[in-house]
Ligand binder design. Structure first.
Ligand SMILES: [Zn+2]
Length: 137
């Protein structure tokens, strides 16, 4: 900035907005990257293949209340019947209570129950409406 007396530069990039965010990112991103690669035994390629900006954008636009549910969905940690059947002693059922199909991670997208199918269709129509409205802006 020509009239500024000071300028923030991180790794050669001038920071002109969101200074707090950029400093936080510069401090913690590498630490988090190292932690995740070690924890999940990923390669750098696997880490880089993840669309981190989309994760961030999704979480930023939602109330913090939804963060755990979103993270469970992204990381496939949802307590589906298939998952819970691994650790529940009294209920080893892995099938959907509505349609009888094996309830896997993406079952909510394929459940054959008529009421569920109708609800899913209505939610898709709502999403389509919002997406159309967002594109029109
Ligand atoms: Zn089902």
């Amino acid at each position: 900035m020509p009239c500024a007396k000071v300028m923030l530069s991180i790794k050669g990039s001038r920071i002109t907005k969101n200074v707090k965010h950029e400093i936080h990112k510069a401090i913690h991103d590498n630490t988090m990257r190292t932690f995740l690669i070690k924890k999940y035994e990923w390669t750098v390629g696997i880490f880089d293949s993840i669309d981190w900006p989309s994760h961030s954008a999704c979480l930023r636009k939602r109330p913090a209340l939804y963060t755990p549910a979103i993270m469970k969905l992204v990381h496939r940690w949802q307590p589906t019947m298939q998952k819970t059947s691994y650790y529940t002693q009294d209920n080893q059922r892995d099938t959907c209570t509505l349609c009888g199909g094996v309830e896997t991670h993406h079952h909510y997208m394929y459940c054959g129950d008529d009421q569920y199918r109708l609800a899913r269709k209505n939610e898709w129509l709502k999403l389509k409406k919002y997406a159309t409205m967002a594109c029109a802006r």
